[in-house]
Design a protein around this ligand. Structure first.
Ligand code: NAI
Length: 271
């Protein structure tokens, strides 16, 4: 269903790897709502080539960029404005990766080279993106930048490992940069804290199936789906949310404010 919420708006969408990716759903919805945008991902992630189908479906151009490289980001932003024919109105940062998680290193036994790499990809890339956009004066007034995060930034979820620290830093950047970008250019910066979702990044977390089932029972509305997360991103890119900035916004079916649910209590009656 389209309400032309993003008609006339231009953007960049990071992180569509395959059909499960949250960014993929955002691109589909942004297209339905009338936006024009560039799709981008790390050059290595494009070897699978799945993103080509999304580009075709949404009439978008793909510009590869490693989000840890300021040079790549500046090139991406400059070329995006050229291709789309003007300054941008929205950017989605949907990027996350922990090498320690991938290699199975416990949180108390990190390889710090891996930690730094994961931090650069998952958190610092957001600052690099915002700083590059600001220097190039790439965003229109009331533009909106959204990054995706997880509640492990606030509470311990043991197997989320060093990604928890990365997400805390990511959310802090949204607050700090949101202040400066708001004052300078009326640009809004927020993070959306999403329910666990079955994607490539999500399923890399140990015990993810148990995790997702627990979260489902602990959320009065159930886990929020990727498609619904995409809808929330569209709302955040639209003019209907112009005064929302520097926030971490929970999109989690109520999980973040739930102490316990009856469904979880019922599992303990036999003990
Ligand atoms: P995904 O695996 O589909 O997306 C992660 C993306 O990051 C991939 O497209 C990958 O190629 C990209 N990426 C990795 N390194 C990069 C680099 N150097 N430069 C540019 N792009 C790079 O998984 P998903 O779940 O859609 O993840 C998107 C975001 O949502 C991530 O920030 C993730 O932490 C967040 N999130 C995911 C949840 C889940 O349970 N799946 C829950 C809450 C937040």
């Amino acid at each position: 269903m389209s309400n032309n919420l993003l008609k006339g708006k231009r953007g960049i969408i990071f992180g569509a790897l395959n059909e499960q990716s949250i960014a993929w759903k955002v691109a589909e919805r942004a297209h339905e709502e009338g936006a024009e945008f560039i799709l981008t991902n790390a050059p290595i992630a494009m070897r699978m080539g799945e993103i080509n189908a999304l580009a075709e479906k949404t009439g978008s151009k793909i510009i590869p960029a490693d989000a840890t490289s300021v040079e790549d980001l500046e090139k991406l932003i400059t070329e995006s404005m050229e291709v789309l024919g003007g300054k941008l109105d929205f950017i989605l940062h949907s990027i996350g990766m922990s090498v320690n998680v991938r290699k199975g290193n416990h949180y108390t036994n990190e390889n710090y080279d891996y930690t730094v790499k994961g931090f650069d990809v998952s958190a610092l890339s957001f600052h690099k993106l915002l700083q590059s956009a600001m220097k190039l004066d790439a965003l229109n007034d009331w533009g909106s930048v959204v990054a995706l995060t997880y509640i492990a930034a606030q509470r311990i979820f043991p197997d989320y490992n060093d990604m928890a620290d990365n997400k805390s830093y990511l959310e802090s950047i949204a607050r700090s940069f949101g202040y400066h970008y708001g004052l300078a250019k009326k640009v809004r910066v927020n993070t959306i804290s999403q329910s666990p979702t079955m994607t490539t990044a999500g399923s890399g977390v140990k015990g993810f199936n148990q995790f997702i089932n627990y979260s489902e029972l602990m959320s009065p509305l159930g886990n929020a789906k990727a498609e619904d997360c995409a809808n929330y991103c569209i709302a955040m890119f639209s003019d209907l949310t112009r005064y929302v900035t520097m926030q971490n916004l929970y999109h989690d079916g109520g999980f973040s404010n739930t102490g316990v649910t009856q469904a979880v209590m019922d599992r303990f009656t036999e003990i």
